[in-house]
Design a protein around this ligand. Sequence first.
Ligand code: BTN
Length: 261
Amino acid sequence: MSGNLVSATLRGGLFTRIVGKRLLFFQEIVSTMNEATQQAKSGADEGTVVIAEVQTAGRGRQGRSWISREGNLYLSILFRPTLDALPMIGILAGVATVRAIRTTTGSDPRIKWPNDVMLGGKKICGILVESVVQGDTVAFAVLGIGININLDTESLEDIGDFAGSLNAAVGHPVSREDLLRQLLHNLDGLYLQAMQGQSPLPKWRTMLETLGQRVRARGSSESYIGLAEDVDELGNLQLRLDSGQMITLTAGDISLSHDKQ
Ligand code: BTN
């Protein structure tokens, strides 16, 4: 059944120029990030997509693990962007994912800065970008996307409070093939635009649920509380502290939560 995820996606018609020109499917793999990185180092073309049914060591941001069981969507895409387009990869991935979920389900997910896709108050999708830059040149970037579609998050003690699943949020089973096809299609269009200098940032900004909220941002050593006022042209969060001072937070090592007070 699982091998069909890719073949069914292709059967449904995948008309892209870069993303998905080559699709690799694995029933079980350590992490699609590792395989896509290996592909990149072996000279694979950009647009190569690695999809797995199960990951034995899926990873998330900040060294966290990503629970990866059968029935969900786990993929990594190899890009070779310009240095200017590199910061846009995660941003365009957020836009592509929100739009794919909207088109496939009719629901309206939002993005929690920097790039958690939220539906019904829970995180249903995570986005990870890993890149190798040599001087002024991006050797490659690997974009990883994990979407919980049919994951019983409530039975998972560690993540049950904040993680959700698409089927549960929309109340019916969602076609993985349709969602994957739509996602690859959206990524292709937005990536081509970004490489031509058209930023996905204004679209992403309208999808951010974080703006206008009071949040607590935890870094590796410090913690800040303030009003999430805006994002800058690179997608960094501009946080207005209670003192009136504005600080800029980069996504790298920050985790964000609502300030309950
Ligand atoms: C996050 O922490 O929110 C990012 C999660 C990214 C998970 C995806 S699943 C496909 C790809 N392979 C991985 O090991 N991680 C990413």
